[in-house]
Design a protein around this ligand. Structure first.
Ligand code: UDX
Length: 448
């Protein structure tokens, strides 16, 4: 198959490299000439484990090429994927579809022969219909069918998610698309990954419903964590106890400072807007959005409490800034709200993140300083807060920390430590939803 990938951002690049690895000829295009230049020089503009090697291997084999030549890529392709951004529109929270529609016009202008056009970008229900309409209007002779094929990739695990998906969802309106999409996903199909064919609108909604459900699941356990703190229960054991019920499932039940990232905040908001416009508001998700937004800022209270009720003039070391580990993505990261709240309360913040500091520098309030490692961040600090659970923070040397910190206080927003192991080194410990800990961990381990 000859595949054109319009948009070489996160989704386009990962999908393009994986399709090339399946043996297809993939042409990734992007309007940003500097991005294409970097890719052609072997530099990957994003941090994603395994991606550099995958791109290099397939580029060397000649199956993966990068250019700004959209007309050529489209003209040569059997399948054209639209993988451009759909950011939240400023003001109303709707997904901004201008990049998708302009890609549709460009495709219409250059397409030759029967071509399957696939929206991979996360798009609101009905976008496929509009892409179809734009192509037909721009080029009435175009022999095209428009398909929806949402991605379910997690940042930091995207290649594995692509190659070992729980399911592949394909929304078609024309049976001619079916064999083409089966061929595109042939290696996975042969491996018996469920390839679900449905209609286009249903497929578009599956993506939003999946992300909204997961966001709701996280928000649910976060609120249970708050309750645990008030009534003296342990959220990890609650999560383990409910997660063993197959109808609930143990995944996505880690309590923390709230979800962030490039998908959940944007997609939940877009679903809320779509549902309101359709006269079928989804109040559970409206509440999820509001609760999660508030939560991120409220998390600063945990730091204040751990510091004895006051952070003014105190130094707080923050470990982990990205919205989750193994990414450099800072979008809607809980750290942004927590750090801002601490600065507003008069604290000095020293931060360290293994990959996210470059992006964070433009996003955190002035006055925040950056360290080159966890221990330099902790030096002289009145409290240490782990906001993102990078592996390198999982085995901190507490003896050393005790010596270099002004006060031994740890706020563990990801519950990666046990209270007693930290307390043994003389640290005051605050986790999330674990007021007294004790036997914590057994049930959680069983559920995973
Ligand atoms: C998500 C979806 O998982 C993926 O299927 C979709 O295609 C894109 O959005 P991603 O945003 O990369 O992927 O990250 P994910 O691992 O899902 O985490 C999202 C946020 O939820 C993070 O901030 C994470 O810290 C938080 N989270 C996740 C929790 O707080 N608790 C959990 O149990 C799981």
């Amino acid at each position: 198959m000859r595949i054109a990938m319009i948009g070489s951002g996160y989704v386009g690049l990962v999908s393009g490299a994986c399709f090339a690895d399946f043996g297809h000829d993939v042409h990734c295009v992007d309007k940003a000439a500097d991005k294409i230049e970097a890719l052609n020089a072997g530099r990957i503009p994003i941090y994603e484990p395994g991606l550099e090697e995958l791109v290099e291997r397939n580029a060397k084999a000649g199956r993966l090429v990068f250019s700004t030549d959209i007309p050529r890529a489209v003209a040569e392709a059997d399948v054209v994927f639209i993988a451009v951004g759909t950011p939240s529109r400023r003001g109303d929270g709707h997904a901004d579809l201008s990049y998708v529609y302009s890609a549709a016009r460009e495709i219409a202008a250059s397409v030759t022969g029967f071509t399957v056009v696939v929206t991979k970008s996360t798009v609101p229900v009905g976008t496929g219909d509009e892409v179809d309409r734009i192509i037909a209007e721009t080029n009435p002779k175009a022999d095209v069918t428009v398909v929806s094929n949402p991605e379910f990739l997690r940042e930091g695990a995207a290649i594995d998610d692509f190659k070992r998906p729980d399911r592949i969802v394909v929304g078609i309106e024309n049976e001619r698309a079916r064999p083409v999409m089966e061929e595109v996903y042939r290696p996975l199909y042969l491996n018996k990954a469920p390839l679900i064919f449905t209609d286009r609108r249903t497929s578009e909604l599956i993506k939003y419903a999946a992300n909204a459900f997961l966001a709701m699941k996280i928000t649910f356990i976060n609120e249970i964590a708050d309750l645990c703190e008030q009534v003296g229960a342990n959220v990890q054991e609650v999560a383990g106890g409910i997660g063993l019920d197959n109808r609930i499932g143990g995944k996505f039940l880690h309590a923390g400072p709230g979800y962030g990232g490039s998908c959940f905040p944007k997609d939940t908001l877009a679903l809320v807007k779509t549902a309101q416009d359709a006269g079928a508001p989804i109040r559970l998700i409206e509440t999820t959005v509001a609760v999660n937004d508030q939560r991120k800022r409220l998390m600063a209270r945990k730091v204040v409490a751990a510091c004895g009720g006051e952070v003014r003039g105190k130094t707080v070391a923050i470990l982990g800034l990205t919205f989750k580990p193994n990414t450099d993505d800072m979008r809607d990261a809980p750290s942004l709200a927590i750090v801002q709240a601490l600065v507003d309360l008069g604290a000095k913040v020293k931060a360290y993140d293994p990959e996210g500091m470059e992006h964070a520098k433009g996003m955190l309030p002035p006055g925040v300083t950056f360290a080159d490692g966890p221990y330099t961040a902790a030096e002289g600090a009145d409290a240490l807060a782990i906001v993102t659970e990078w592996n390198q923070f999982r085995a901190l040397d507490f003896r050393r920390l005790k010596e270099i910190m002004k006060a031994p206080v740890l706020i563990d927003f990801r519950n990666i430590y046990k209270r007693e192991e930290v307390a043994r080194h003389g640290f005051t410990y605050a986790g999330v939803g674990r007021p007294k800990d004790g036997r914590a961990g057994d049930m959680q381990a069983a559920a995973e």
